[in-house]
Every structure is written in C-alpha cells, then in structure tokens.
Design a protein around this ligand. Structure first.
Ligand code: HEM
Length: 502
C-alpha cells in the first residue's frame, strides 16, 4: 500500500516536473532569464497558500534579478514576462500599446456578466468604444460640478469623527473603514444620485455590498486567484467573482433609479444621467444600449470608484499621522485658502506631493498585467533579440519599482518633498500608481479629487496621531488582499486641532 502510494506520488511529481519543464522551455528557447518555480503552481505557490500577496511575490522576483531587463516567470503553468526595466514598461504601456492593448486578467462573461462589461476587462474594439463613451463623465467641467457634493460629504465625515472620542477608543478609529464610508458616500451620490447613509447606519446596505465585493478574506482571495488566473478551474467550479447578492442588489438599485428618472423626467448631474443620455442617443441611432450596460457601468463606477480611493485615503492618513511636520505644513497652507474655494485644495502642490508619495509607498494596485497581442521584439541582455509570442502575458511590478532604492532613494521613508524636486518622481515608467498610456485609469482625476478633499478636511479639523494599534513602518502587506492593505489594519486617533494645540 505504502509502496503504491509512494509510486503514485512519484509519478505525479515527475509528470508535473515534465509539464513545468516543457513550459520552462519557452524561456530557455527564447534565451530569456527565468525564475524557476514549482511544478504546476510555477511561481504562484505562495499565492495559493495565501502566504504572500501577488504584488509581493513579483517584488521578490524583481529583487532576485538585479540588472536584468526582464525575467520569465510562471503564473501557475502559464508563462509570463516580468518586466524589470521601467523604460521597457513605458514602451509597453504607451509607444507599443498596439502590441499590448488588452489587460491580461480574464473574466468569464457567463459567470460574471456585469464585471465583463467593465472597461478594465473589455478587449479590442469593444474596449475602445466603451472607453470613449465613458470618458466624458470625467471631463474637467463635470468634475468641477462634483466639488460641492464631495464637500458636503466631507462635512459629514468631520461630524462623524468628532462624535468619536479618542478616550473611548484606545486603539483609535479603523481608518480603512472610515475612508471606505467616505468614498462609498461620495461615489453613491455622484454615480447614482443616492445617499448610502454609511456614516449614520453601520449596516447601511450599499456599504455592506461594497464590503461583500472587496472583503479581504481567504475565500475572496481564493475567488480572485481562480477567477483571474485559473480560468479552467473557475469554469469547472462555476464560481463567479461578483457575489450573486451583490449582482441582484445593484441590478435592483440601478433599475429603480433608471425607471424613476424615465417616468418622472427628473434630471440630475450625475453619472447615471450620462448613461441615460448614451441610451437615448443609441436608441435614436437604432443601436442597442440596454439596462445591462447601464447597470454594468454604474457598478464599474461604484466598485472601481470607492475601494481603490479608500485604500489611497487610508494610507495617506496613516503616512500623515507619522509626520507632524507634513501635517503642520498642510494645515498652514490650508489656512491661507478661502474657506469656500474647494478647487484651490486640488491645486495645492504640497498636498499633491503627499498623495503621490503615499501612492508610491502603497500603490493600491501593486501590479499591472497586459497581454501581448502581436509578436514583440525584445532586446536580450546578452545581445540579439527574441520574439515574445502573442498570447504571453507581461507583468509590470508596480510595487517593486516604487520600493527600489535605485529608483527612489530611501524608499521606505515618507518624504513628500521628493515629488517637488526635479526628477523626484523617478524615471517615467517607474511611478505608475494609475498605469499609463491609452488604458491609464479613467477615474484618476476624480480619485485624486475625493482623496485630497477628504484628507484636507480631516487635517484642517484634526491632529492625526498613531495609536498603539497602528502598524509600524514599513507597513506589512496583508497576504489575503490583492490591493494594498495593512496586515492588522490602519488605526488612528483624531484630536480636534484646538484641543491638540491647548
Ligand atoms: C486612488 C484610486 C485609484 C487607483 C490607484 C486606480 C488605479 C488604476 C490602475 C492602475 C488602472 C490600470 C491602468 C492601466 O492598465 O494602465 C486602473 C484602471 C481603471 N480605473 Fe482606476 N484607480 C483608482 C480610482 C478609480 C476611480 C475613482 C474610478 C472610477 C470612478 C476608476 C476606474 C477605472 C477604470 C474604469 C479602469 C479601466 C480603464 C481601461 O482599461 O480603459 N479608478 N485604475
């Protein structure tokens, strides 16, 4: 019995090794340096065990191969090229976009029909058309109209924090949850024209749905891994990334909002109105543009709009709490602005530098993955070229660049001044929290707007202080989260400025 078991195990291991070797041959054949992995799981063993987040695995591989422009890796059994050279990454995202126009993460349109319509997952012509339709939602004029609604939410944020006394909360406030309440409130109001009520009701439904999509636990992380990296297993298990409850909730929410506007003729200056305009235009031209698209784009705005921005805001607050000098400088500069000029906040160079530095330290999206869509010539380190075949993925290790001392001296220090210095943002291609090129984050300016307005309001009103529960720097990444997330969370005290000065 034991012998049979040992033989069977040996046979499986040998088969797996042969399978891997077969794949390894791709890099060997191309003369591309590669990082050996394990049979079947490739370099993703720790992803499966959930002992390291994907962006940290990429950072570790990046560090193991100094001086190489790229390294061959294995996402399970699929070969992928991890690009180390920021200049090559810049070309992939911009100049040579036509060879890398699709994102590499796959989504199953039958299992996740709404997610599949998110521009991030769309491909080719469908991506181009949808992106062009959605771009006007983020024009300067439209964003300016959001200043007042966002300012209204910052007032609620301040009242909520004021009501929480530091003495009653020795650990401080859970800043990730605080930031998520704020961005959920902003996004619901500017996307759907509804208030989520997340400050008043801890169980507010929209906030609850947001938590369901983005909750960092072992199950969600497993879903993320198989949804995007193991399409065959996902197909066999028939699991969707978007929970059914969330799908139903948003279909109902958007369906009712659309019906209300169509029946009453009420018009609001929000994202939903833009989508209704698209529907009307399409109908006039005899094209299809149904509620499915409207619902999908409204959910895109919600899911992409609240979580990444709340990650950015919570880390910015954490970083500011570690720098009394930066807070003081911000408070002085804010004090010189007219109280009702909300736009002036967005133009403050030092606030901008603080946000950029925090995004450098904790990029919410710590990696990008593109698919090679037509064969691409790579200049090999030893001379000559190799043709990267179409269909192979390229990995851009954003976190690895942002924390490389050769690109950003003293990389773990929060030093906003570097973004005010000539060349402080590193070479182009190395600082890419929002990506670059034609697929750069469509919501970048809106994200910066809500994060800056939320942070500015809090710094004006409170002295931010670390608590015994705040993580030490450099913050350790939660391995169960594919976005930047602090292990154990982010916790802060907020002392009213007048009391702190007394
Ligand atoms: C701090 C907050 C945010 C960060 C760090 C962030 C980051 C990113 C990154 C890295 C990409 C991929 C870019 C590339 O492939 O080159 C992306 C794409 C995207 N983002 Fe954001 N994002 C943020 C906020 C938002 C917001 C507020 C929205 C919308 C309301 C949004 C909507 C999107 C969409 C739709 C895409 C796909 C674009 C395309 O493929 O054409 N993001 N984002």
């Amino acid at each position: 019995m034991m012998l049979a078991l040992a033989l069977a195990t040996g046979a499986v291991a040998l088969l797996a090794l042969l399978l891997l070797r077969g794949r390894g041959g791709v890099w060997a054949k191309l003369h591309v340096p590669w990082e050996p992995g394990l049979p079947l799981v490739g370099n993703y063993g720790r992803v499966l065990l959930q002992t390291a987040a994907i962006q940290n695995i990429y950072r570790d591989i990046y560090r193991k191969h100094p001086d190489k422009p790229f390294v061959g890796i294995y996402k399970f059994r699929k070969p992928a090229l991890l690009v180390r050279d920021p200049d090559l990454a810049k070309n992939i995202l911009t100049r040579d976009f036509s060879s890398f126009h699709d994102n590499a993460l796959d989504v199953d349109s039958k299992l996740d029909p709404l997610l599949a319509l998110n521009p991030f997952f769309l491909r080719g012509e469908q991506w181009k058309r949808t992106r062009a339709q959605l771009v006007p939602a983020f024009s300067s004029g439209r964003l300016r109209q959001l200043l007042q609604p966002i300012h209204d939410v910052t007032r609620e944020l301040i009242s909520y924090v004021r009501a929480e006394s530091p003495a009653a909360l020795p650990d401080g406030l859970d800043v990730k949850e605080l930031a998520a309440k704020f961005t959920t409130e902003v996004v619901s109001s500017v996307a759907f024209g509804v208030r989520a009520n997340s400050f008043r009701d801890p169980d507010a439904e929209i906030r609850r749905m947001g938590r369901r999509i983005m909750q960092a636990d072992a199950w969600n992380n497993f879903l993320f891994t198989i949804s995007f990296f193991l399409p065959t297993l996902r197909g066999l298990l028939r699991v969707s990334f978007m929970p059914k409850e969330v799908d139903r909730f948003f279909r109902k929410l958007v369906g009712e909002a659309v019906r209300h506007r169509e029946e009453t003729g009420v018009e609001r200056n929000d994202f939903l109105q833009l989508l209704l305009g698209l529907k009307q235009k399409a109908q006039e031209q005899g094209d299809e543009y149904g509620n499915e698209e409207i619902t999908a784009h409204a959910i895109t705005f919600f899911s992409d709009g609240f979580e990444t921005s709340s990650v950015a805001l919570s880390f910015l607050l954490h970083d500011l709490a570690g720098s009394a000098a930066a807070q003081r400088r911000l408070r002085e500069e804010l004090g010189r602005l007219p109280a009702d000029d909300h736009e002036a906040v967005l133009r403050m160079p030092f606030l901008d530098a603080c946000l950029m530095e925090s995004l450098r330290l904790h990029p919410p999206a710590g990696f990008l993955e593109k698919r090679c869509t037509s064969a691409y010539a790579l200049a090999l380190p030893g001379g000559g070229t190799a043709q990267l075949p179409a269909g192979v993925d390229v990995v851009l290790p954003v976190l690895a660049w942002h924390s490389d001392p050769a690109l950003f001296p003293d990389p773990h220090a929060f030093r906003p001044e570097r973004f005010l210095e000539e060349g402080g943002a590193g070479p182009r291609g190395a600082f890419v929290p929002f990506g670059d090129g034609p697929r750069q984050c469509i919501g970048m300016r809106f994200a910066q707007m809500q994060v800056k307005m939320g942070a500015a309001a809090l710094v004006r009103a409170f002295e931010l202080r670390r608590t015994p529960r705040s993580p030490a720097d450099p913050v350790q990444q939660d391995p169960k989260n594919f976005l930047a997330a602090a292990l154990g969370g982010l916790w802060l005290h907020f002392e009213p400025v007048d009391a702190a000065a007394a």
